[in-house]
Design a protein around this ligand. Sequence first.
Ligand code: AMP
Ligand code: ZN
Length: 115
Amino acid sequence: MADCIFCKIAAGEIPSQKVYEDESVVAFKDLSPKAPVHVLIIPKKHIQSVAHFQAEDKDLAAHIFVDVVPKLADELKISSGGFRVVMNTGKNGGQTVHHLHVHLLGGRKMTWPPG
Ligand code: AMP
Ligand code: ZN
């Protein structure tokens, strides 16, 4: 999608520190990390948010959560200590980039509830 920063990152038009890429997904380090490990996992396809998933996206959603999240958590060595997966969605959810992204955070103890 034109003027979408994460579409540009997925296409390699804007530099990022990629930690993983396959045919449908890219993961890269968050520019403003909120934990010692903070990566964003995005679909290459522009989907606005988790509220905009369509039936045709089921395989993609499963791929992100069944394959990519646990694999990256292992590789980034946050599996055993525990980690947090966050999808800020829409205005009240605090979403600032309107291309679906999964925050994978770890390496420190988190608190609850979120601010
Ligand atoms: P959210 O507030 O959930 O929409 O998260 C957007 C995230 O994208 C924030 O954590 C930002 O730090 C991050 N971000 C914005 N631009 C970039 C970029 N060019 N490269 C890496 N991370 C970015
Ligand atoms: Zn996009």
